[in-house]
Design a protein around this ligand. Structure first.
Ligand SMILES: [Zn+2]
Length: 317
């Protein structure tokens, strides 16, 4: 192989000069009607006002390989990553991408936040099962599981690749949701799902997501429902989204399916939540500089939703 290095570098420089002066057209797309299949390769970018990213990352993946045959390692990936992909698909992810020992699912349109949260809790629930199965087979397997982070916001998307090679054309997603969800996933452990402020601001009022069912490990209801979340500062995120929230629970064996389907159907209000638990949710707003963080996030979110409303109006004209 011979590379005409100087010619390539000259071409890249020339191309950058040309591209930087041509601003590509960016078309605002309604998230409720946008479909990935409508993306054609070409100069146009599509801008979506609001998508939800669920990022997952297999913990200790390099240690899982250590001392194992290639077949053993492959079976770990098939069992683990395959299970997560299945979950994202079943909950309606509109796009799933795997990169090595992690990946992400993207949700948009009606119900996207709820679908993404239910998928994340399912991945966390599966994570324990997966680790247990692994330890059954290899007693010395390191502690593992899936680290999960969520974020949301506007993105730009376009299919990028070589024009005559359909199999080499991939949608690229430019924007903060995947990036911030990745930072959240990196910081957490399989025990906690970390979400950025933009997620919490949408789901906070959902009692089925905010509070426990009130039973203990599948036993009949034994205690009053409790608040399940706490504040967490997401270190690598530079704006108000850094004031995130952590959820440390998985689906209850007894009530999980019922809760999951209630959430997906849009139910959000429960009558069995004690006042102390509701006060805990309110008190979240006052920890970790949350007063200003909530205000900042609200401004950002209002701008995003105002743009979404404008876009829908324009589409109806
Ligand atoms: Zn329960």
């Amino acid at each position: 192989m011979i590379i005409q290095l100087n010619a390539l570098l000259a071409h890249l420089e020339q191309r950058s000069h040309e591209k930087i002066d041509v601003e590509p057209s960016v078309v605002l797309k309604d998230v409720d009607s946008f479909s990935i299949d409508s993306l054609e390769i070409g100069p146009t970018w599509h801008r979506l006002t609001d998508i939800v990213a669920v990022v997952f990352d297999l913990k200790s993946s390099t240690n899982l390989e250590k001392g194992r045959s290639p077949e053993g390692t492959a079976s770990i990936y098939d069992a683990g990553i395959g299970g997560v992909v299945r979950t994202l698909n079943d909950f309606g992810a509109r796009f799933v991408d795997i990169q090595g020992d992690g990946g992400f699912g993207l949700f948009w349109g009606p119900g996207a936040y709820l679908q993404a949260m239910c998928a994340a809790i399912t991945i966390r629930t599966f994570s324990y099962e997966f680790e247990a199965i692994l330890k059954d087979k290899w007693a010395n397997a390191p502690s593992t599981g899936f680290k999960v982070g969520l974020s949301s916001g506007p993105v730009m998307v376009k299919r990028v690749g070589l024009e005559r090679h359909m199999d080499m054309q991939e949608p690229v997603w430019v924007g903060r949701p995947v990036n911030y969800a990745t930072k959240a996933a990196q910081q957490t452990e399989p025990y906690f799902i970390y979400v950025t402020g933009s997620i919490w601001d949408v789901i906070a009022e959902n009692d089925y997501l905010a509070y426990s069912c009130g039973c203990d490990g599948g036993l009949p209801k034994s205690s009053p429902p409790s608040f399940l979340w706490h504040n967490v500062e997401l270190q690598k995120i530079p704006d108000a989204q850094r004031y995130g929230l952590a959820l440390g629970s998985s689906w209850c064996q007894r009530h999980g399916e019922e809760f999951c389907n209630l959430i997906l159907s849009g139910a959000s209000r429960r009558t069995d939540i004690p006042i102390e638990a509701r006060q805990k949710r309110e008190s979240l707003k006052h920890g970790l500089n949350m007063d200003s963080a909530f205000a900042e996030r609200r401004v950002e979110r209002e701008a995003r939703f105002a743009e979404l409303r404008e876009m829908r109006k324009a589409a109806q004209r």
